[in-house]
Write a protein that binds this ligand. Structure first.
Ligand SMILES: C[S@@+](CC[C@H](N)C(=O)[O-])C[C@H]1O[C@@H](n2cnc3c(N)ncnc32)[C@H](O)[C@@H]1O
Length: 226
């Protein structure tokens, strides 16, 4: 991965819009269950699996979570650690996480599980190390973008998944998930100003948004501590 080019995309007008929209959607699912207060005494921990250059890890940290990023690629880990001295970064793979059971409140994987050959195995590992839940950002196979981009450009080598598939993966999780919440963000294949206006108007309840955010909650909902 060309780390500078990857990170630079998030700072283009289109990248800024997509990154911020995806992050807002993820946080909406997470916020009901996780304390993201700025008070470090009560703020909770998040392991970001497949963190890449750390774009989302840094955003989770800025939202008040204590973050650790993990990725198999040594180059991105070095890059992310240099850019974000407030989080820890380490090399590793989703299928075998070097942490004890329940070490983190939450475990996230943002457009990284789609590069893992055995997603069920990775999900089981993330479920094991999280005591609150697992947050996923996936490429939605039921989207316009899939029809246009599958297997091409930045999406080369990625698997496009469906919510039904995710529900199948969750069947093997123990303890059984209490709740599975999902939402999507629509990104039109044409990236013009008109497309962005339409994207802003479309609700996150649409099943065919290209970015599929899923939060798999372990414990029944309860009041988040102040
Ligand atoms: C498209 S990047 C996403 C990076 C970051 N989460 C983001 O959204 O900007 C996919 C990342 O998944 C990582 N990855 C690939 N296989 C993995 C595995 N088995 N376990 C954990 N991460 C993996 C890659 O190294 C890469 O950094």
């Amino acid at each position: 991965m060309d780390v500078d080019a990857y990170e630079a995309w998030y700072h283009t007008p289109r990248g800024r819009w997509i990154g911020s929209t995806e992050f807002a959607l993820l946080m909406r699912l997470l916020r009901a269950d996780i304390n993201t207060g700025t008070n470090t005494r009560t703020s909770e921990s998040l392991l970001d699996v497949g963190c890449g250059t750390g774009y989302f890890t840094r955003r989770f940290a800025a939202a008040g979570l204590k973050t650790i990023g993990l990725d198999p690629d040594e180059t991105v880990i070095r890059y992310a650690a240099k850019k974000d001295t407030g989080s820890s970064y380490l090399q590793g793979i989703a299928e075998s996480l070097p942490f004890a059971d329940g070490s983190f409140a939450c475990c996230s994987a943002i457009t990284s599980l789609c590069f893992v050959a055995e997603p069920e195995k990775a999900l089981m590992e993330m479920w094991r190390v999280a005591h609150r839940g697992v947050l996923l950002g996936l490429l939605n196979r039921r989207s316009l973008l899939y029809r246009q981009k599958q297997g091409r450009g930045a999406y080369r080598g990625a698997r496009w998944d469906t919510l039904d598939k995710v529900m199948e993966w969750t069947e093997i999780l123990l303890p059984k998930p209490a709740v599975v919440k999902s939402a999507t963000a629509v990104f039109m294949p044409s990236a013009g100003v008109g497309a962005q206006m339409l994207e802003r108007l479309l609700p996150s309840s649409l099943p065919w948004g290209s970015f599929l955010a899923v939060y798999i909650e372990k414990n029944p909902a309860r009041p988040v501590p102040e």
